[in-house]
Design a protein around this ligand. Structure first.
Ligand code: NAP
Length: 322
């Protein structure tokens, strides 16, 4: 049987590339945009699938791939994909939301605890020898007694809600639609912020969520409030956040993602009320491996090819097509 032709636009581990090559005829998309355009003009009409990571998929890109049937993305976030245009052409999209939700939500809760209990500065307090000299460390805040607002109650937001319920936190959420859950729904993010002690961001980046968290929302959260961003940097207006912190209008923030990452503004780096991590939400060996395997498995499943894991990892209930 002729192997389906796949465009490799993902920086995947070498062993995943080896699996892709065993199952498909793989065309590697050149990194440099001009070479990529020329490459697509020449070979694009044969491509039936894409293994994707960050490459921008817009209508111009799709126009070069008339035979495309499936995009298999390594990421959960699909902000690099014009989802409407892709779906309108009947192209299937597979991502890894269902695979990374556990570790990303673990990271979000870890960040929420770190910022409210001041773990990073407390660690430095012990290491620098201040404890015997200065005595008892300042008090933190209790997440168990907080009302936490989740912005985007999807796969990751729901996993965070599940964990925070065990902590005893009160919960509420904002999103475009009410979900069939026993968590109070807000149709206005500013009102949610006003009623909550902490906001955790787990919505996709889109034109609707770009700078969703602006000065108004931050002020509604208030000087005792906390912000946790595990979604995408541009969901927060970073300059508004910096301004709010400069005038003590927010208690603290934990940020895994940044507006222009990996560049992080000096004002955020210097501010000890913040916990900052370098986009490591899904960054465990187990999850990253499962994400890479899923890129291969989703393509194999689509083309009816047996993958090295066929029959072991595929759970139709958990499949997502965002
Ligand atoms: P998901 O299952 O699609 O959930 C997204 C949720 O956001 C849905 O409930 C959706 O509501 C809601 N939403 C959509 N538009 C919104 C808006 N304008 N305002 C508020 N909420 C909105 O996605 P997921 O897998 O949970 O992932 C969420 C995001 O997390 C990804 O898009 C990605 O950017 C980010 N992420 C970050 C990391 C990291 O390492 N930091 C890792 C993985 C993912 P509806 O269902 O009503 O549309």
């Amino acid at each position: 049987m002729t192997k389906p032709i796949i465009l490799n636009a993902a920086e995947l581990p070498e062993w995943t590339h080896a699996e892709l090559r065993a199952l498909f005829t793989v065309l590697d998309l050149p990194q440099e945009p001009e070479s990529a355009n020329a490459f697509l003009k020449e070979h694009g009409n044969k491509v039936r699938g894409i293994a994707l990571r960050k490459t921008k998929i817009d209508t111009a890109f799709l126009d070069t791939l008339p035979a495309l049937e499936i995009i298999s993305s390594y990421s959960a976030g699909l902000d690099n994909v014009d989802i409407g245009a892709t779906r309108a052409r009947g192209i299937r999209i597979e991502n890894t939301s269902h695979i990374l939700a556990e570790d990303v939500s673990n990271a979000a809760v870890g960040l929420a605890l770190a910022v409210t209990r001041d773990f990073v500065n407390a660690d430095a307090y012990v290491r620098s020898g201040q404890w015997p000299v200065q005595g008892q460390y300042r008090l933190g805040r209790s997440i168990s007694r907080m009302k936490v607002g989740i912005v985007g109650l999807g796969t990751i937001g729901s996993a965070i809600a599940h964990r925070l319920k065990a902590f005893g936190s009160k919960l509420a959420y904002f999103g475009p639609s009410r979900k069939p859950v026993d968590i109070p729904y807000y149709d206005d993010v500013t009102r949610l912020a006003r009623d909550c002690d902490m906001l955790i961001l787990t919505c996709p980046l889109s034109s609707a969520t770009h700078h969703l968290i602006d000065a108004t929302v931050i002020d509604a959260l208030g000087p005792d409030g906390f912000l946790v961003n595990i979604a995408r940097g541009p969901v927060v207006d970073e300059q508004a956040l910096i301004a709010a912190l400069a005038s003590d209008r927010l208690a603290g923030a934990a940020l895994d993602v940044f507006e222009h990452e990996p560049a992080v503004p000096e004002a955020l780096i210097r501010d000890r009320r913040l916990v900052l991590t370098p986009h490591i939400g899904s960054g465990t060996e187990e999850t990253r491996r499962a994400m890479a395997e899923n890129v291969v498995d989703a393509l194999a499943r689509h083309f009816g090819i047996e993958s090295p894991r066929s029959g072991t990892v595929i759970d139709a209930e958990l499949e997502s097509t965002h």
